[in-house]
Ligand binder design. Structure first.
Ligand code: ZN
Length: 505
């Protein structure tokens, strides 16, 4: 039997401490597609949507493709984005119901999305979809399975657990397996549509919050947490999936922090009891979930004294683009200049500086202020006399199809108009759209060979590792000014539930 499945999605990781608001343009410049455009863009790509569509094709679903949007992590989203998205999705839902009904709904989500009036963004999205189905179909609407996938950095809520039928989540950070989470969500939906089984989702959220750096899955405590989750799935076949959510700490909302979900075909209270050891382990190992970064000057002295050959990566969680910060922080650039580093590269998101270079020609010399523009938290602008070395349209294809970036964009990346400038031994890549350093194609496409550098500044916490770790001789975390700091005690939380470890230790 062919199932009729409604597919939509909205993906954003929201950093609520940033003053800058995210509007529709943030989505339109990354992913904003509907209907056939959605299918054309995502079929065969490495995003969760691409994975879900592969399952759809294999099972001969009749897909009703509605609106799917994704934006780079950034500040709180204005309500207009939600209302615009929902207006189209509700219209498409009604169209689908009128044209032959629905067997299931599949949503591609992130889990850490915050709107001005709705701190629990995904809870609101799932509530609207479920209640719309119930309004239109009564009892039948309550029984239509809704499956959704989540990022490992989701801040989950009871509303999400209540309104969804199945939730899956990425298990790797860097997110090399985002596509698989979309595949599993679609496969579970197929199972529920075919079997008619009912499910419930258990949730538990221990009073702890981890920094992004503490959520890498090649380190503790995530190794132990993921291992225990996989064991629970094997030992308890009634659990379709056990999700380990590291959470997203820069969302000042009630439900931010570490949490666990289990979709079960049996009793929800029994499933919640099975999650208890995960909650206890996460709380016990909270310190390992919050490693701190050392001041940059001490690290620079240590590197220079050691004679360590390149390429050396300086990892800067404070301006972790994948965590929402502006990508224009000048902390590393400033240190490279002060320590006279040669053959080094920093990427700065600075549309004004890129435009100023595009008003010149390759080989021209100009005096250029760079970085530190979007707010006052990411260092001062640095003004240098530079030579323009390259001018491009900033587009590239991922070198690594399983890149963390694929979870957002699929395959093609658009950094906007870009310029490469040289100042002494430093080369700077200036971008127009902030682009997290998750794929080496970002540098190589602009004429910079990362393997040949002595030092490279990396605006990330964990998500760079799949791209950079294989080519770096060594990497060092550094503390610089910025709102992606690994020290969560620096943030003025007002809405987070308390007490919370390590904030209230
Ligand atoms: Zn994530």
């Amino acid at each position: 039997m062919t199932h009729r499945v409604f597919i939509a999605g909205l993906v954003h990781e929201t950093h609520t401490f940033l003053a800058h608001r995210t509007d529709l343009s943030g989505f339109e410049s990354l992913v904003w597609v509907r209907g056939q455009q959605l299918l054309d863009r995502c079929n065969g790509d490495a995003s969760p949507m691409g994975g879900a569509l592969e399952v759809a094709a294999a099972n001969h679903w009749q897909v009703i493709a509605s609106r799917y949007g994704a934006a780079m992590p950034s500040g709180t989203i204005i309500d207009d984005v939600l209302e615009g998205w929902w207006g189209e999705v509700a219209t498409d839902l009604d169209g689908a119901l009128a044209a032959g009904g629905l067997d299931g709904v599949l949503l591609i989500l992130h889990g850490a999305m915050v709107f001005t009036s709705y701190p629990d963004g995904e809870g609101e999205v799932l509530r609207r979809v479920r209640e719309h189905l119930c309004e239109r179909l009564g009892e039948v609407g309550a029984g239509i399975p809704i499956a959704a996938d989540l990022d490992l950095h989701a801040n989950t809520s009871d509303a999400m657990a209540r309104h969804a039928s199945v939730l899956t989540a990425y298990r790797q950070n860097p997110h090399t397996d985002a596509r698989e989470a979309g595949v599993r969500a679609a496969q579970f939906l197929q199972r529920l549509m075919s079997s008619g089984e009912g499910t419930a989702i258990a949730r538990i959220a221990p009073p702890t919050i981890y920094s992004p750096r503490g959520t890498g899955t090649d380190a503790e405590p995530m190794i132990s947490l993921q291992r225990l989750a996989r064991r629970l799935e094997v030992e308890h076949p009634e659990l379709l999936e056990v999700c380990v959510l590291g959470g997203f700490a820069y969302a000042d909302i009630d439900c931010a922090g570490v949490s666990f979900l289990a979709t079960t075909t049996a009793e929800v209270d029994a499933a919640r009891a099975l999650l208890q050891p995960l909650a206890e382990l996460a709380l016990d190992r909270c310190d390992e979930g919050n490693p701190l970064d050392p001041p940059i000057d001490g690290v620079m002295q240590q590197i220079l004294a050691s004679g360590q050959p390149g390429p050396i990566g300086l990892i800067e969680p404070s301006d972790n683009i994948g965590g929402g910060t502006p990508g224009d922080g000048t902390g590393i650039l400033d240190a490279m200049l002060r320590f006279n580093i040669d053959n080094a590269t920093v990427i700065l998101n600075d549309p004004q500086a890129a435009a100023a270079c595009h008003a010149c020609s390759i080989g021209d010399r100009l005096t250029l202020p760079m970085g530190g523009r979007l707010d006052r938290f990411h260092g001062d602008p640095v003004t240098l006399e530079v030579v323009v070395e390259n001018l491009t349209d900033g587009r590239f294809d991922l070198e690594n199809e399983r890149s963390h970036l694929a979870s957002l964009v699929g395959r093609h990346v658009d950094m906007g108009t870009c310029a490469v400038v040289r100042a002494g031994g430093l080369r700077l890549l200036l971008t127009t759209h902030k682009t997290p350093p998750m794929d080496l194609g970002q540098l190589r496409s602009q004429g910079i060979v990362p393997e040949q550098l002595y030092m490279v500044g990396i605006k990330a916490a964990v998500s760079h590792k799949a791209a950079y770790d294989p080519i770096l001789s060594a990497s060092f975390y550094v503390d610089t000014p910025g709102l992606g700091s690994s020290d969560l005690r620096r943030f003025p939380y007002q809405h987070l539930r308390r007490p919370m470890r390590p904030l209230d230790d």
